[in-house]
Ligand binder design. Sequence first.
Ligand SMILES: [Zn+2]
Length: 212
Amino acid sequence: MPMFFLINKNSLFSLNFGIAIADNSFRGRYIILANNIRQSETDRQKALELLGREPRTPFIIKTRCADGSPQVLLADPVFKEDNIWKPFPTFLWLVCPELKLKAAHLEQEGLVKHYSERLQTDSVFRAEFEKGQKEISKIRIEMAHQILGEDIPEHIVEILTETTIAGSRNIAGVKCLHAHLAQELAFGNNPIGKDVLVQVGNCQGNHERIKQ
Ligand SMILES: [Zn+2]
């Protein structure tokens, strides 16, 4: 039975990014509704169709486009492969075709490098970004606790704590605008995603136009 969670972002507080230990003081501060999410088969099929593959981890639809179709999926941050639990830090997936296309266009215009440089030169932007990544680390660790129990293997704790939402160990390694946009849409705490959203606007659910 997959376990899913609703998380109250207002209850988040900071953790020292880069410290590979579980922060037990944080436990129990989320609103967790394990196994309480009901997903219709229609929703699941639509999400899989947009994702284009069968994911290795269970997921829920975290946000929706204006027409109600899946926009951001939230997956478990750990998965089992060959009977071994492995970390999965990039646990938010942007599946809206319109926003994916617009984010790709911005990447082609060199925005990945732009934001990477801004993280190294704009201290306010950097601080806001680090705060959001710490919050994501806490969410991932808490979800891993719920799935694996108290004893999370050290290598999983390290990856889930020390990588960004885009899977980079370097805080300024922006890598992919889609991941940052997904985090902003899902949790409202990613200044890169926020800036992208200002530029492209949220999806109005006009997906047919994108397919043509
Ligand atoms: Zn959309």
